[in-house]
Write a new protein. Structure first.
Length: 249
């Protein structure tokens, strides 16, 4: 039986770093916003790189991302905004040295990757993103996890991710016919030169296209893992035979 690849073995994965600073909060205290002084404390009193800024604990339920504007420019190395109530994430353009961005389990609908030219890891799982934004600055990105959103557009922006090795688009809103899927999604993923791991798990398109796994394997022969399961030689041969049978025409 094939084994799924554990997350900590994926390219771009790294253990969580120790935050540069933290607020002295009681276990039942919750912050819905941050003052400038609190931001400074979370930066460890520093205004210089490499700051690890973390507001992912249960003490935070931040609703407005405006506090990000008060973080000194080009000072962040890692930013973890997970498990808050942020509706958008569009003000990171001044953080050109940021390496890792995590914003899982918010309410993000709009996101901008402008200025993130040093980023190697982005995870925005469990949000409400509908479209993949402009990715022209993400030339160093290795790992992009957008699982659990409502994405059904913007796949053409993926072509700029020339260093990407891991792409998770699982549990989104891709509901296409076979021709639409190729035109809207596959043709743009085809050009990614370093992609190894790809996931479409739990998208409606999986049930619309016959032998879906084999279709993806045939169209994307350079990837090594689909839905985090290793693609075997036998699967590649079967994909070729299915294509020759005309089933996908």
């Amino acid at each position: 039986m094939k084994k799924i690849v554990p997350a900590n073995k994926l390219p771009g994965f790294a253990k969580k770093s120790k935050p540069s600073g933290k607020l002295d909060l009681s276990s039942d205290e919750t912050k819905s916003d941050l003052t400038k002084q609190e931001v400074k404390t979370l930066c460890g009193g520093s205004d210089k790189y490499p700051i690890v800024f973390d507001v992912s604990s249960l003490n935070y339920m931040i609703e407005n991302p405006i506090f990000i504007d008060t973080i000194p420019g080009n000072s962040l190395k890692e930013l973890d905004l997970s498990a808050n109530l942020l509706p958008s994430l569009t003000t990171l353009i001044t953080q050109k040295k940021l390496k890792r961005l995590t914003g899982d389990k918010n309410q993000i609908k709009k996101v901008s990757f402008r200025g993130l030219q040093s980023c190697v890891y982005i995870s925005l799982c469990g949000n409400q993103i509908q479209q993949i934004p402009n990715c022209t600055d993400l030339t160093k990105l290795i790992h992009l996890n957008l699982r659990g959103n409502v994405i059904n557009n913007g796949f053409d922006n993926l072509v700029y991710l020339t260093s990407l090795k891991v792409l998770d688009l699982g549990n989104n809103s891709m509901d296409y016919s076979i021709n639409q899927f190729y035109q809207k999604v596959i043709q743009y993923i085809k050009v990614l030169p370093k992609l190894q791991y790809l996931s479409f798990k739990a998208n409606p398109v999986e049930s619309r296209i016959p032998e879906f796994r084999f279709f993806v394997i045939y169209e994307l022969p350079k990837i090594d893992y689909l839905n985090y399961y290793k693609i075997t030689k036998e699967e590649r041969l079967k994909a070729t035979k299915i294509n020759q049978s005309g089933k996908w025409r």
